[in-house]
Design a binder for this molecule. Sequence first.
Ligand code: PLP
Length: 376
Amino acid sequence: MRAPIYLDHNATTPVDPQVVRVVARALKIFGNPSSAHAYGKTAHAAVAEARAEVAALIQALPEEVIFTSGATEANNLAIRGAAFAMASRGRHIVTSVVEHPSVAAPCHWLSEHGFTITTVGVDAHGHVSVQAIVDALRPDTTMISVIHAHNEIGSVQDIAAITAVARRRGILTHTDAAQSAGKIPLSVKDLGVDLLTLAGHKFGAPKGVGALYVRAGTPLVPVLVGAGQERGLRPGTENVPAILGLGETARLARIRLPKLTLRLRARRDLLRRRLTQAIPGLAVNGDPDGGLPNTLNISFPGVTGRDLLAASERDVAASTGSACHAHSSQRDALAAMGLPPERQRGAVRLSLGRSTTVADIEDATAALVKAWAGLA
Ligand code: PLP
């Protein structure tokens, strides 16, 4: 029996075979990067190389990359770290209603610790309006945090327009780019952000490693306190094998990106065409033309997304939304976009990856259409 076709790359990706080899070799680099002897120096040099690769992917300087345990930690460091570093200037933060819980929860935590949070809404395509951000700003606003590419609906926000406004007013900007890396071009220069979050396992690295870009000179205090690793912003002995895996993933992403983006988009569009042809009343959620090239969020008519995926689980592995909400009935982003409850209930997120073939698209379409016909 064939394994189900994996269409859940926004939840996590398989580790790239080349990255597996790098990580396996790196397990033998056992020195502590902080040690002054030869073993330490070898580990330190390897981490420095990985840092340079991650920096190159996002057009940053190596010293602006702080390795973390993943996007959740990077988001916490960015939001809590910048909020407290800027607290003497103001205690107001602006964010959006479609943030991942690893941004929304630190913002909520801050709201219970003397800060005020303003949350701006999105339009029917999942876009945050720059004007809504401008309208939310106050004299005491110190930071704006808006997700770059959305994990459930794939909408990509105009971060450059937001940072242009913020810079004129001396406000820090953070974006959670966990879903963008390896899928679309990602340049901190073009985006103009001060802080940017990356997650290794969303683009071919192992789980448990990520990074925070911190523009040189950005005020930031650590969330974890301890020794001086990662410029004191993320103390603790470095996870050398995972960091080297992230470095290799970044290197591969930089080389592969232009072709991969085109291939993902062509296959995603084929999937959308096939499903809309076969299922009358199927609705596409989110930005129909822009957005992440690998992501298709659709609502099946007359069924729930959950029932549909259960009926097709032998053939297709996908989800109704974010893995963080998979076991709840919460449908935050679609509700925030103002979609009717029926359309929210019928929603399924199909997210493609580098390994998704045209045959996978055809087979997945057949399985989903069959499951829908059996339920509707
Ligand atoms: N931010 C976004 C947009 C995500 O999609 C995810 C993963 O689901 C995260 C942050 C959290 O990543 P991690 O679980 O690796 O910390």
